[in-house]
Design a protein around this ligand. Structure first.
Ligand SMILES: NC(=O)c1ccc[n+]([C@@H]2O[C@H](COP(=O)([O-])OP(=O)(O)OC[C@H]3O[C@@H](n4cnc5c(N)ncnc54)[C@H](O)[C@@H]3O)[C@@H](O)[C@H]2O)c1
Length: 351
């Protein structure tokens, strides 16, 4: 008898699911996308058609979908503020969940997800696809070999000259929970902490102003945004101290008057060497000579497809979550701490 395929449902069938997750699921022979839920019916129907899901399994209400369709995996790709209700309901329905970044906008919401995961005994993974890029994987194994010596400082940048994602999903606080700090800061912070070996954060200080997005003469090649609706920061910076003595600085912005169009990078500095993502370069010294090097033979692979494949492998082989919610909790504590520090003007204790 043919083995039954793993049944996947999506909640939030917009840009990231259609463009990045669906191709990942479609590459897996023993997986079938069986149901689609999206509050916007035309989006749900268009994605269902692309995924080969019949009309009777298209829903506007995800709770109805979870009641009516038996699924093994739910892929949560809603705006950030809907991640928690969708994830908790899916875990309660007995599904493994992969949820887009940021796992949630606040530590309290992440804790709710962790409780639901533990009660259900299912896997929960945050879709931090940058960890699954060939460059990040190569750097991770280089660092794990001890190449950096004592790793004492890191720098995480996700900064754009002009790059506001104009959809309500991102710029309206009730949907996103925050601006670039949560949207792209979460990517570079998660990746940098992953490469550092996930040290425990103890304090953070930061700022998160809306500096430019409301100005009438600020435009951008990504298209216009509604300046009346826009109510999140457009810039954030933070400084984090870790329990092991290391520290990290973070900068994220959708609008920064700088030369480059965009910089997404992680720099790690150790006593024996430093490394840089995404170039996968290292910088060191040997016998009195300074050396720059490059990790090579990296395959051309999509981080999104690799993350879906890693989640699938964890389910099939009974492995731990490839991006555990506990690691995301520390990341969200830091980002939430930056917002709290901005409001209070003080350093925030995290542990
Ligand atoms: N990993 C990445 O690089 C990356 C890139 C873009 C977006 N994202 C993340 O993916 C998520 C979605 O972003 P997007 O770009 O696909 O946005 P999007 O606006 O294109 O899609 C979100 C979809 O969710 C639907 N939706 C909203 N509330 C819902 C609910 N309660 N139930 C069901 N559907 C609901 C909307 O109708 C919309 O179709 C966000 O959390 C975002 O941070 C990640």
């Amino acid at each position: 008898m043919a083995k039954q395929k793993l049944r996947v449902a999506v909640i939030g069938a917009g840009g990231i699911f259609r463009g990045a997750h669906l191709p990942g699921w479609q590459k897996l022979a023993d997986v079938e996308v069986v149901a689609v839920a999206d509050i916007h019916r035309p989006t749900a129907e268009a994605t269902a058609e692309a995924a080969g899901v019949p009309k009777e399994r298209v829903f506007e209400d995800f709770t109805e979908m979870l009641r009516k369709v038996e699924v093994d995996i739910v892929d949560v790709c809603t705006p950030n503020k809907a991640h928690t209700p969708a994830t908790v309901a899916s875990l309660k329905a007995g599904a493994h969940v992969i949820c887009e970044k940021p796992l949630a906008a606040t530590p309290a919401e992440v804790n709710k997800m962790i409780q639901a995961r533990d009660k259900a005994g299912k896997l929960l993974m945050t879709a931090q696809h940058k960890r699954f890029t060939p460059s990040a994987r190569a750097l991770k194994s280089y660092i794990e070999g001890g190449a950096l010596g004592d790793l004492y400082y890191a720098r995480a940048w996700a900064i754009r000259r002009r790059g506001v994602p104009g959809r309500d999903t991102f710029i309206v606080h009730d949907l996103s929970g925050g601006g670039p700090c949560l949207d792209i800061g979460v990517h570079c912070l998660d990746l940098t902490m992953h490469l550092m070996g996930c040290p425990k954060p103890v304090t953070v200080t930061g700022v998160a102003p809306m500096a430019m997005a409301g100005l009438s003469d600020v435009t951008g090649p990504w298209g216009p945004w509604d300046k009346q609706k826009y109510d999140v920061e457009d810039f954030a910076a933070g400084f984090v101290r870790f329990e092991n003595g290391a520290s990290l600085s973070l900068e994220c912005s959708w609008l920064l008057n700088m030369k480059e169009r965009e910089i997404f990078s992680a720099h790690l500095f150790g006593t024996k060497a430093g490394v840089q993502f995404p170039a996968a370069e290292f910088y060191t010294e040997k016998d009195g000579t300074l050396i720059d090097g490059q990790l090579v033979h990296m395959p051309q692979e999509s981080g999104h497809e690799n993350e879906i494949a890693a989640f699938h492998e964890a389910i099939v082989k009974g492995l731990p979550s490839p991006v555990p919610a506990e690691e995301s909790l520390d990341v969200i504590k830091i980002l939430d701490g930056i917002y709290r520090s901005h409001k209070s003007g003080r350093e925030i204790k995290l542990a």
